[in-house]
Design a protein. Structure first.
Lengths: 111, 110
């Protein structure tokens, strides 16, 4: 069963702590993404990765960085988390410009 | 922003009714994708319509695309309670990158 797996599913952090969100896919997709979703809004693109060590900023990259050292794994890092980074984070992978597969999300609360 | 008018809305209907959701976008796209997101889950692609298609059907789903007005619609016929979800349209003006609208929250009462 082809899928995108996100860990952890739920996370509570204090302001100023570092946060690591992890994502894996088993479809050998080249392109992977990190989005965040806030109430009443669609998904906003944080970063896109075209392959290993080939990452580009999305629309809202400030306060985030990413790492992709293996094709199947894409991490989102928050250095010194802020309360306005409380959100639901979704990872996705795609084959070209269609066939996007999303994970189930990580719900992050920064207090 | 990729989007024109906000398409965020909430619809509540009875099981068996038909429903149509609309979205509009600002920038040229090669495809419009419609996603369904159930509570606690990530979005899942339900239908994709390309810029050279005016209509696409898949089971109870029907998507239309009007490139001249840069708008798309998603219709569901004979809704079921299990169709309850948030529905997003998404476009890709920059090839791989997918941009989402705000979504329509659909509640289908049994």
């Amino acid at each position: 069963d082809m899928k995108v797996t996100q860990m952890p599913r739920y996370l509570i952090k204090r302001m100023g702590e570092n946060v690591l969100l992890e994502c894996g896919q088993d479809m050998s997709h080249e392109t992977m993404y990190w989005y965040r979703q806030d109430p009443g809004l669609g998904l906003q693109l944080i970063y896109i990765s075209y392959d290993v060590d080939s990452n580009s900023e999305g629309d809202i990259p400030k306060g985030y960085r990413v790492s992709r050292k293996k094709r199947e794994h894409f991490s989102l890092i928050l250095d010194s988390a802020k309360t306005n980074q409380t959100s639901v984070y979704f990872c996705a992978s795609s084959l070209g410009n269609s066939d996007y597969t999303f994970g189930s999300g990580t719900r992050l609360l920064v207090i | 922003s990729q989007w024109g008018e906000e398409n965020l809305q909430a619809l509540s209907i009875q099981e068996g009714e038909d429903v149509t959701m609309n979205c509009s976008y600002k920038t040229y796209t090669t495809v419009v994708q419609w996603y369904r997101q159930k509570s606690g889950k990530g979005p899942a692609l339900i239908i994709l319509i390309r810029s050279n298609e005016r209509e696409k059907r898949s089971g109870r789903l029907r998507a239309t695309l009007d490139t001249s007005s840069q708008s798309s619609s998603l219709s569901i016929t004979g809704t079921l309670a299990t169709d309850t979800a948030v529905y997003f349209c998404a476009t890709n003006p920059n090839y791989n990158v997918l941009y989402f609208g705000s979504g329509t929250k659909l509640t289908v009462e049994p």
